[in-house]
Design a protein around this ligand. Structure first.
Ligand code: SF4
Length: 953
């Protein structure tokens, strides 16, 4: 038996060579399983959830007030058990035998006492691997001299292992197993990277780089003078990819010469090393597309781009390899082009845990409408659409006279009507009952979606677990769900011409084109061990890994690039599931080779028309081929654009910032679905801070700082369960306490500031309505709600807006640049004849009072420079408002964000510069610029900002 072995090969299917009897490719799990079989070991395979419960039992038994884990166990028994089990397993992998360790500190002492108590009950995969190692040691000791000189032990049925990674990157325990196998006659050798670059080598460029590296090894290291110099390439026509490959090959040769392992350095260290070795920045070939990064705003536009690229030349897809850890979105795009799915990633892994959590959480929050909606609208809700959707629309309707018809879902209605839990026995019954219901519903739907089969399986496991160890509340049940929820089942791949891997380390043979889908940062987590603990473990002969996981990843990516003959395309998205996403750290390697200035030119957007010719193919998007080209300007009936009869500060800024946004929101009334997740926690915290200030100041306007802090803490505790129940989860205890402290101190400081500045409280949450008369004679009511209305020592009134924001910079700049429209609006609303009220922001988190015009008499510690008076700002704003209303009446609804983006691209300016110019231009005309703030707008997909605006406008 010959085995090709690498840490990344578990689950890998593709090999470029023909399959052969007696040869397999496998990762650590596969090799461990093979060795266990051959060595006659019957591994103990206890489910992880059972091991955690066992650990929890042991911890409870050992718990004393002085125990190392005591407080954590009290706060969260399940998480504490899971964490300590993880620690314990890492130690076992490092070679720990469970014995006491001298001078290792409290944590290692604690783990040793747990192990003593466990007497093998915590046995898991790490222990099994150590059994393999020990059995090999015993076999080795029994080898006869003849066997040592001959073919080794026949029983192993293993003659050779080919390592696909640098041997030093395997985990120490695997290194020792490989050593033992070698000693008992198995041939172990490192696999040479197949050469994808013969043409390149013939051109001589690769040799030049390697020669340079060899010279650098023989010469004393001089300080580099070529830091910024782009040294020219030897000969023209050398692609960027070939340069990079030659650079990697040169570095490998250099390290091999200096007995360091390949790719052992951090990119920054690598950069320094390159400089010291005289390795200059590579000179970018501007016309070449062999190495490109396609970076898009969202995954869908990227998926369409890649599908179009693959559809452009099906014949050339035969020698193409795709790295894709999760192809769910890409598969949908491929289907639109009639191409087979890639089929990587898991089906429903997250969804199963999600729907299970929503469903069981309803036991505690049965009357939570948003939770019921979330369950009904979930793709894995096991009820038929004809029942769910009428219920969703009835529940989402804000009209109290309309009620949902539950006649088709009586059992669900009964569950929701049940009284809240009284005891833990009751909760056990309810959980079992709900799981049975879910199980029954899923049984008839497994043929519709593989996710239902996973959900069915999870119901069974969870029920067993809950029966074994009753839960004490929702937090504990949630952890059980997370533990038993499956990692998902594999998606189904179609018969495509390309080769598919889900990690660069699985690519072991050359290809012509390499596509890396999902070129995103995936944080590698590792446990921290203190220097004392490491020292104690080393003295006991244990070997912990430190930076090896990151180095393994880096080597895998480098090798994948070196195996590609012609083109590498990286696809990465800037947002994923609504959150910011970051590019894979391997991009830093490429940036270190080409330099920060040049590397940006390797980045393309999926929307840009000039990229329709990409890496040797001409891309035709599905829109181009199927749909008619849209009209350059969409016409909307003028009557639909009649502005609203009144304005607030929010609707005014929406109109001034982006009339299209105003139109979508205020004229057409387009709102987010009621079934989308709750608003952002940050916004809720802001509202909570407002509510606390309002309640305290209404009760006692002259409240002292100390009383305000105590009162704020009480209100925080009382309001949190309804405002933000998620913060009550045990794992967020620390976060909640910090927030409580921070918010109460901020409120206390606000009260002190008011007293120190002689500000008298007049009103809070004051609603004001005032009519504004335009130059054309029209009268428009403007409404506003002022957080705090105060009176200063000079008898003048002032509006204060409270802000719960992470930085005060933006608000300070607004005042300095004369753009504080919110303050100007409130001051105008508050003003009466012959009075010029003041206005200020109070930044709660920073404890800063930022006063604008009209409050300069205050001794504000953080007073910004004043750019314009509030009156001037208001004048400019209303000039713009008048103009925007006129445009609206004529049927013009400019999509400002898109227009500004396009201008920035057409002129080659940054967006900030375009906006600055616009601001100056409007100011010169006596008007006001308001940013469209596309990053916070929910209409980006509708207006074309999130992909595809080139085609629309
Ligand atoms: S995303 Fe930007 S351009 Fe589009 S509607 Fe929103 S604010 Fe306007």
């Amino acid at each position: 038996m010959h085995i090709q072995f690498s840490t990344f090969l578990d689950g890998a299917e593709w090999t470029h060579t023909n399959p052969a009897l007696g040869a397999i490719r496998t990762g650590s799990v596969g090799l461990q399983s093979h060795l266990e079989g051959r060595l006659g070991l019957a591994p103990n395979s206890v489910p992880q959830s059972d091991r955690i419960l066992e650990m929890q039992r042991i911890l409870t038994m050992l718990d004393t007030p002085d125990a190392y884990f005591h407080e954590s166990l009290q706060a969260d028994p399940f998480a504490t058990a899971r964490h300590l089990l993880q620690r314990r397993d890492e130690l076992v992998y490092a070679g720990w035998d469970g014995g006491a360790l001298t001078e290792g500190g409290r944590r290692l002492d604690c783990l040793a006492s747990i192990e003593k108590q466990a007497v093998g009950a915590l046995h898991g995969p790490a222990d099994n691997l150590l059994l393999v190692r020990n059995r090999l040691i015993s076999w080795k000791s029994k080898l006869t001299k003849a066997q040592q000189a001959g073919p080794g032990i026949k029983g192993l049925r293993l003659t050779a292992i080919e390592l696909c990674q640098d041997r030093s990157y395997y985990h120490p325990v695997w290194q020792s197993i490989l050593d033992l196998l070698e000693q008992i006659g198995v041939s172990i050798h490192e696999r040479a990277l197949p050469d994808a670059q013969h043409e390149d080598r013939n051109s001589g460029y690769g040799k030049v780089e390697e020669k340079k590296a060899a010279e650098a090894r023989t010469q004393p290291r001089a300080k580099s003078t070529a830091k910024a110099a782009n040294v020219g390439l030897p000969g023209s026509g050398v692609t960027n990819l070939k340069q990079l490959q030659a650079r990697f090959a040169g570095e490998e040769a250099s390290r091999a010469g200096s007995k360091k392992s390949v790719g052992k350095l951090h990119p920054q260290e690598q950069k320094k090393e390159n400089e010291a070795a005289g390795a200059d920045l590579l000179a970018l070939n501007e016309d070449d597309q062999s190495l490109l990064r396609i970076s898009g705003h969202d995954e869908w536009s990227l998926a369409i781009h890649l599908a179009a690229y693959l559809a452009a030349d099906p014949e050339r897809n035969r020698d193409l390899a795709i790295i894709a850890a999760n192809s769910e979105v890409l598969d949908a795009a491929l289907a639109e082009f009639g191409l087979p799915p890639i089929g990587t990633g898991n089906v429903g892994a997250t969804s199963v845990a999600e729907v299970m959590e929503i469903w069981l959480q309803l036991i505690w929050r049965a009357r939570d409408k948003s939770l019921i909606l979330a369950f009904l609208a979930h793709p894995l809700c096991p009820m038929s659409g004809s029942i769910r959707w009428p219920l969703i629309s009835a529940l989402a309707d804000s009209d109290p006279n309309k009620s949902a018809d539950w006649s088709q879902a009586t059992e669900l209605r009964t569950f929701l009507d049940e009284a809240s839990l009284q005891s833990s026995t009751e909760s056990q019954q309810m959980i079992a009952q709900r799981l049975d219901w879910l199980h029954m519903q899923c049984r008839s739907r497994v043929h519709l979606n593989p996710g239902f089969a996973l959900l069915l399986e999870t119901c069974k496991k969870l029920k067993t677990m809950v029966e074994r160890q009753p839960v004490e509340g929702w937090a504990q049940l949630r952890r059980y769900i997370r533990t038993v929820a499956p990692s998902g089942s594999s998606r189904i791949a179609g018969a495509g011409p390309w080769r598919i891997v889900d990690h660069p380390g699985q690519l072991t043979d050359p290809c012509t084109t390499l596509i890396w889908w999902g070129f995103q940062d995936e944080t590698l987590s590792s446990l921290y061990w203190s220097p004392e603990e490491r020292k104690a473990l080393e003295s006991a002969g244990c070997s912990l890994e430190s930076l090896e996981p990151a180095r393994r990843e880096r080597e895998a990516a480098r090798n994948a690039i070196r195996l590609t003959a012609a083109n590498v395309l990286f696809y990465d998205t800037q947002t994923s599931a609504g959150e910011s996403a970051f590019v894979h750290p391997f991009w830093d390697e490429i940036a270190a080779a080409f330099g920060a200035k040049q590397v940006g030119r390797l980045i393309r957007s999926p929307e840009r028309a000039e990229d329709s010719k990409l890496a040797g193919r001409t891309i035709t998007t599905i829109e181009d081929s199927v749909l008619e080209a849209p009209a350059p300007v969409d016409q909307i009936a003028v009557t639909a654009l009649e502005p609203r009869s009144h304005f607030s500060y929010s609707s005014m800024t929406a109109l001034l910032g982006c009339p299209a946004k105003y139109g979508f929101h205020y004229l057409l009334g387009l709102k987010s679905s009621p079934a989308v997740p709750d608003p952002k926690e940050h916004n809720i915290l802001g509202s909570l801070a407002h509510l606390i200030v309002d309640r305290l100041i209404q009760t006692d306007p002259a409240i002292s700082e100390a009383k305000a802090i105590a009162g704020a803490q009480k209100l925080f505790d009382e309001t949190l369960p309804s405002a933000l129940p998620n913060l009550l989860l045990p794992e967020r205890n620390a976060e909640r306490l910090v927030l409580r402290e921070r918010m109460s101190r901020a409120v206390g400081h606000l009260m002190r500031t008011m007293q120190e500045q002689g500000l008298q409280f007049l009103e809070s949450e004051q609603a004001i309505n005032r009519t504004w008369k335009g130059a054309g004679g029209e009268e428009i009511p403007i409404t506003g709600r002022i957080d705090l209305t105060l009176r200063d020592s000079g008898g003048r009134s002032a509006a204060v807006d409270l802000k719960w924001q992470n930085s005060s910079r933006r608000r300070r700049t607004e005042i300095e640049e004369g753009e504080a429209l919110q303050l100007a609006t409130y001051a105008w609303l508050l003003s009466e004849e012959n009075e010029e009220p003041g206005a200020a922001y109070y930044m709660l988190k920073q404890n800063e009072l930022l006063a604008a015009s009209g409050m300069q008499s205050l001794q504000t510690v953080h007073a910004p420079e004043i750019g314009s008076t509030l009156n001037e700002i208001w004048q400019r704003a209303t000039n713009s408002l008048e103009q925007s209303i006129e445009d609206l009446k004529k049927g013009h609804l400019p999509v400002s964000g898109v227009i500004q983006e396009r201008e920035s691209r057409d002129r080659g300016h940054t967006l900030a510069k375009v906006q600055k110019n616009l601001k100056e231009e409007l100011r010169n005309r006596g008007e006001m610029y308001v940013s469209p703030e596309c990053q916070y707008c929910s209409y980006g997909n509708l207006c074309g900002q999130n992909g595809g605006f080139d085609e629309r406008y």
